[in-house]
Design a protein. Structure first.
Length: 335
């Protein structure tokens, strides 16, 4: 009887110790919601890899990654307190800042925007901006691709609707496949890869018309947080940044390719392995900074050019990027 009582007491003590340990771990772990711009696919590879390999946990963070989309805008989610960190494109961020959104950029994931236009190489060889004349160009009105194309046309001295025709883009690619539209906007590292592969099987060669090839720099996806978070808890921002960018650095390394692809396939079951590999290869070329700078480094000059495009087209009425506000917070991207 005494032995059973002794065992019982030991078990109770063990459960109590375990409960206290779990309680302490819960108290020490900060719960974070990270809202993506789009789906959980290769475009979110760095965050998915960081979570799967415990990089956030190492920093004392428990991160929930949630997909984005039209109904789940990261900027709105941050403003409403439903997320602490998120992903948005440069033009989204600048437009939100003009409206007074209390957000900050803590990392610039893409050094070059992946947005470009695909075209059939055998039908429309492009050597200069002047080759756009007379073409029918797919545009998502109100989106960043409209802003970028208008900037390209202005640089070329071409007038929209006079020298080129715009075609309103929807999710159906048929107008491009049938030749009704000459250039169609895609993201080079995602749907561009898939469509290129699809048309390759039909013996069609696809080219990509990139604004960066014509010196129109436009900021792509960047990581944001709130000014309140940065001022009240900068250490949390640095911890999050450190773990996230460690994840991106890892997936962009060839030695981690197979593990990264396996993790991505767990969320993006509809995309074949070889396509995910091509998407990651394409992303690497867009994300790795020049001069051995760290992944995630913020390039203010590209931000200023993006802002200039928005100002020229009256999308925003006043500059928002200056030396007196707290728009950029480097949060560990330079460490």
């Amino acid at each position: 009887m005494k032995t059973k009582l002794y065992v019982y007491i030991l078990l109770c003590a063990s459960f109590a110790a375990l409960f206290q340990a779990c309680e302490k771990q819960s108290a020490d772990t900060e719960n974070i919601v990270y809202r993506l711009k789009w789906l959980m696919n290769s475009g979110a590879a760095g965050s998915l890899f960081a979570n799967a390999n415990g990089y956030f946990h190492e920093q004392g963070l428990k991160v929930t990654i949630r997909p984005g989309g039209v109904e789940h805008n990261a900027i709105t989610e941050l403003e409403m307190g439903r997320a602490q960190f998120g992903v948005a494109s440069g033009d989204q961020i600048i437009r939100a800042l003009e409206k007074g959104a209390p957000i900050c950029v803590i990392a610039q994931l893409f050094q070059k925007s992946p947005l470009c236009w695909m075209y059939y190489k055998n039908r429309h060889p492009f050597h200069s901006l002047q080759d756009l004349k007379g073409k029918t160009i797919g545009i998502t009105f109100g989106n960043e691709d409209e802003t970028i194309m208008r900037a390209l046309l202005k640089k070329a001295g071409l007038k929209p609707e006079k020298d080129v025709s715009f075609y309103s883009v929807r999710y159906d690619y048929t107008p491009f496949y049938t030749g009704k539209v000459d250039l169609w906007p895609v993201y080079r590292n995602s749907n561009g890869v898939i469509i290129q592969e699809k048309l390759k099987s039909a013996n069609e060669t696809i080219g990509f018309f990139s604004p960066h090839d014509h010196d129109i720099a436009f900021v792509g996806n960047s990581v944001i947080s709130t000014q309140k978070m940065i001022s009240e808890n900068p250490s949390r921002v640095k911890k999050f940044c450190k773990a996230l960018l460690k994840g991106w650095q890892a997936v962009l390394s060839e030695k981690n390719r197979d593990q990264a692809v396996s993790i991505i396939q767990g969320f993006d079951k509809g995309t074949k392995k070889h396509l995910i590999v091509k998407q990651m290869t394409s992303s690497r070329a867009l994300m790795i900074p020049e001069n051995n700078q760290p992944v995630g480094i913020i390039n203010p000059s590209v931000w200023k050019q993006t802002e200039h495009c928005l100002l020229e087209q009256n999308i925003i009425k006043k500059p928002v990027l200056n030396q007196t506000n707290n728009v950029f917070f480097y949060g560990g991207t330079n460490e």
